[in-house]
Design a protein around this ligand. Structure first.
Ligand SMILES: *Cc1c(COP(=O)(O)O)cnc(C)c1O
Length: 421
């Protein structure tokens, strides 16, 4: 289909490379089809069990008492994640808020939080108190310790076990995705191995997983292999591109109850929370999510193949077993990085005329440049690319509601970067 490339103004050179890169990836794409089929079955079963009907798409306002749609959504999430209870709310302003709510709900003054996948995602540093904030966990007397990943990016389980033997830890933090770190994301099998070792020495420590970008990438979720509680954003994988805002927490019932007391307030908990017409988006979103996540995986893998062909360092590798939807590309050059990100923006369905530049984004240490020509502001399940402006100039690209749109955008951005357009 050379006409498609031509119609979108993509150079013949990149069109040819694109076709051959894609030809090579057929087997990998078949794997993604299988995972999506399995997850779709999971989701459909959950819908059948919750007996979803038009009545669940209704809206509540004000206090939001007895919102049947909201209650059905939380049942569906619990079914999909194999958990006892869930908190799926538009009152979470983002993923960070869902994670922060979990941390604040689990930890009391004097307790210790232990991060075992190295430094947590940038925006959590102020929440924890790694960076100062008068309302951080640290300011409330909550202790924090982190264990770095090993040289090969594996969890340093030996040090984790030693630490647990010598210290009373209340909660363990695990981050499944890479975030803005040049490391691998963790497969469910790796999380299971770590959790099994932890359980041998500590039966009661709460194991929490930041599940952002991980949903539906595999057929299992962290809660299938022993995590007590997990969190994520509704404008990433699980929202299927349709959720307008929100976050989720799912896991053990007693823990979800505590989280609800922090999200709303003590005594109110889960009972309130108007959905303001978002229930259908949330339901249709999780229904679409296995397919949309698959498209994002195909886009990431295609980008990996294309950049590898062009001689760039990519991470993860084209053929790797992925654990999240993020593709890192090392540019090693500030100019090329900015050109690529601007190229993605220019090929987006929304704000294609906007030109992104580096800016100081709240919660982040270095300047960040971001391409997000998205229907939902900042939704990173839609094709988006961002990068902290720091050596070695690595772009993190993710999302793609449709594979076709992502593929066209990636080819076009590469043209922009190489000056062939
Ligand atoms: C996206 C993300 C978060 C939360 O980010 P928000 O922008 O607040 O939604 C947290 N951890 C990881 C690993 C993420 O990818």
């Amino acid at each position: 289909m050379k006409q498609a490339y031509e119609l979108f103004g993509i150079s013949e050179k990149i069109a040819n490379i694109s076709d051959s890169v894609e030809d090579n990836l057929k087997e990998k794409f078949n794997e993604y089809d299988d995972v999506a089929l399995y997850n779709q079955a999971k989701v459909l079963n959950a819908f059948k069990e919750a007996n979803i009907s038009q009545m669940h798409f209704g809206k509540t306002t004000g206090y939001g008492y007895g919102d049947v749609g909201r209650e059905a959504i939380e049942k569906i999430y619990s079914h999909v994640f194999n958990t006892e209870d869930s908190l799926v709310r538009v009152q979470f302003v983002n993923g960070t808020h869902a994670i922060a709510t979990t941390l604040r709900a689990m930890l009391m003054p004097g307790d210790t939080m232990l991060a075992i996948t190295g430094r947590p995602y940038d925006t959590l540093c102020e929440v924890i108190g790694i960076n100062d904030n008068p309302k951080s966990l640290k300011s409330y007397g909550i202790k924090y310790h982190e264990i770095d990943l090993l040289e090969n990016d594996d969890i340093d389980i030996k040090s984790v076990v030693e630490y647990l033997k010598e210290n009373k830890v209340k909660m363990i933090h695990i981050q499944r995705s890479r975030g803005y770190a040049l490391r691998k994301a963790f497969r469910i099998s790796e999380l299971k191995a770590a959790i099994d070792e932890i359980r041998k020495v500590d039966k009661s420590v709460i194991i929490m997983v930041d599940n952002c970008y991980g949903e539906f990438v595999e057929t299992k979720e962290p809660t299938d292999v022993g995590a007590d509680i997990i969190c994520g954003s509704l404008i990433k994988n699980i929202g299927g591109g349709l959720c307008e805002t929100g976050g989720y927490i799912t896991g053990r019932k007693d823990l979800i109850e505590l989280c609800a007391q922090i999200l709303t307030c003590p005594g109110i908990g889960k009972e309130c929370g108007a959905t303001m017409g978002q229930n259908r988006n949330i339901l249709q979103g999780i229904f679409m999510a296995p397919e949309v996540t698959k498209n994002a995986l195909k886009a990431a893998t295609f980008a990996a193949g294309l950049f590898k062909y062009l001689g760039y360092d990519i991470f993860p590798d084209t053929w790797a077993d992925r654990a999240d939807i993020v593709q890192s590309i090392k540019f090693g050059d500030k100019d090329k990085l900015i050109k690529f990100i601007q190229g993605i923006q220019a090929a987006s369905p929304v704000d294609s005329k906007a030109v992104p530049y580096p800016w100081d984004m709240p919660g982040y240490d270095s300047q960040v440049i971001m391409a997000a020509g998205t229907f939902i502001e900042g939704a990173s399940i839609e094709l988006s690319a961002d990068s902290p402006i720091r050596e070695p100039y690595v772009a993190y690209m993710q999302g793609g509601l449709t594979y076709e749109s992502a593929k066209l955008a990636i080819c076009s951005a590469v043209d922009n970067m190489l000056g062939d357009k």
